[in-house]
Design a protein around this ligand. Sequence first.
Ligand SMILES: [Zn+2]
Length: 288
Amino acid sequence: MSLVSSTPLLQHARENGYCVGAFNVHTLEMLQAVVEAAAETESPLILQSTVGTVKHLGPDYIAAAAQTAAKLHRIPIALHLDHCTDFDLIVKCIRAGYTSVMIDASHSPFDENVAQTRKVVEVAKAAGVNVEAELGKVGGVEDEIVVGEEDATLADPLECRRFVELTGVATLAPAIGTAHGIYKGEPKIDFDRIQAIAEVVSVPLVLHGGSGIPVEQVRRAVSLGMSKMNIATELRIAFSNAIKSVFDQNPEENDPRKYMVPAKQALKEMAIEKMRMCGCIGKAGQLI
Ligand SMILES: [Zn+2]
């Protein structure tokens, strides 16, 4: 298969009460591990890269690896650019083969957020590419974007509806109390707000800051309309911890395959666990 837009995957998820896992990957091995997890469990998959990773690896290398994954497996795979504030980089990624992009103008006033998002929707629609935008501000640290707890603001349901109408955006990430990174205490998810937004907005909703949310809370958020869950920090930790334990046992190790193989395995196991939590296992066949 070729890479697909994430729009039909997420619409199907919203209509059928599950969510699709969107996994942030930073290396070829991380990408392979997540792809193998999805292929073995017949799950639809969204591969994601942050702006930092796009700058680190280059969009062409990432898109080529994702396209190869799509060719090798009979599951729908989308490639998404996470939290981008730079219009030119979004265009570059679309040209490289990304099938989904996020324009994050959530730091700007409402009208400016609408204008920037519309501009991206116009370009992306012509290329059949999904667009995600954010309303309200998700707290925490995501690559180069840092939002302090005092600056995090929750999305207003009626503003969400107006925003979707004005921009034509295909997926919306409303801030509902989750945060990027690892939670210090229990996350304070505003479930009533998710429900209120889902009642007035028909496009699939995206849950950011998915690392460390208890399973029951994820399931509740999904049942209320969250159709995509972003998972980043926990994957990095699983991957890095596996590498650290190889070096703990053998500080002299100098063959990358010796530490990448266990790291891939650890990441793959975690990805399968997250796919189970999302409820997307076995759904691939309904989408191809
Ligand atoms: Zn995010």
